[in-house]
Design a protein around this ligand. Sequence first.
Ligand code: HAM
Length: 420
Amino acid sequence: MAKGLFQSPKGVRDILPEDQVYWRRVEDAIRKIVDLYGYERLDLPVFEDTGLFRRGVGEATDIVEKEMYTFKDKGDKSITLRPEFTAGVMRSFIQNSMDQLPKPTKLYNIGQVFRYERPQAGRFRQFYQFNVEALGEVDPALDFEIMSMAYHLYDELGFENLSFQINSIGCPHCRPGFHEQLTSYYKQRFNDICTDCQTRLDKNPLRLLDCKREQCQPIIEVAPSMADCLCDECRDHFKTLRRYLDDAGRLYTVNHRMVRGLDYYTKTVFEVWAQGIGAQNAVCGGGRYDGLSEILGGKPMPGIGFAAGIDRIVMSLQAQDHLKLSRPAPQAFFVTQGAGAKEQAVRLIIELRNAGISAMLAFGDRSFKAQFKEADKRRTRFTIVIGEGELEGQYVTVKNMSESSQENVPWSELVEYIGK
Ligand code: HAM
């Protein structure tokens, strides 16, 4: 078929009917997990004031520097399509005085987010996140709960060989000391690092550890580690979290080089990696952001959360044979000949649907052969035939498509027959 005059823009895509069974599977799992852990849904606008993300996510992050969809609206106001949820959740929490709610306030979001990134496998410019935030509590047991939720989601979906990467990136008390060590280490190697890292050195030294360029890897390998600079509070917090993880038998790797790409993080950061979407791609990432509320003009309000990329979860499910799902098919598909037969089929379809059984009709006036072809394509379990004989005898011929058998069933017994 001709492709038409327009294609979807680069990096965005349609989620086609054949993929929807996976999306539904993920949404069902999400619903189960949020209920189990007691999180409530918060829907946020798709666009916000640009300043919210500049301040919240951080001026020197890739997201703010390179990836935001920002435009002026007709009132000359700078607007940005949300590149993530956390800053918006905090904005809403402050604006709606949610500090009156029991703490931690447990919230989740599902929806599209937008980042102008270079498209590649598992990386899109519009993608979907399941985002979770718990606000108002510093207890490391809450960090463990948030990580458990992420784990539980993937477990529920049947993922195996999940790996957690965790790190502590300190707080405003201990991080400046680490910045100093890191900066002086990198200054001595200035000519050996990539040009991006030369810029990061001034702007965002933590991100030096996150560089993916080959030439910077040996330098990252022996760079100073945040672990050696953590203050007592951060060290204890991290130790307690690890104790909870060990106790629950969760597998994790402490990755001292993992810093994550958003500036609001303090203390705990983590990611989940899964199979089937390329080695570079995390299915989930999160962490603590105890200073974000104040950055956005609120009172001190610690928080922790994560976001899982639903597109990547779906890709990973599709890439694992044992997690493949088949597209839903109708239980019953009616083929008929003649006006009277079709009218009877319509009556029976109403009965079946009322009994919770999915049923479809072959529309139009087509030969039996053409109607059977459609039944095949729709992968129905039963093809139900009403021709002249059936109409006269008040029965239907039910063909069981997988067993290639058939049986005559009186109209009055059809619901029971199909439903059994
Ligand atoms: P993030 O790591 O930037 O964190 O994104 C979370 C997840 O979104 C990633 O692990 C990945 O699965 C998915 N993702 C990110 N970029 C893309 C893309 N271009 N295409 C497809 N999927 C993508 C955050 O957004 C934080 N707000 C998470 C958080 C919540 N931290 C605390 N609370």
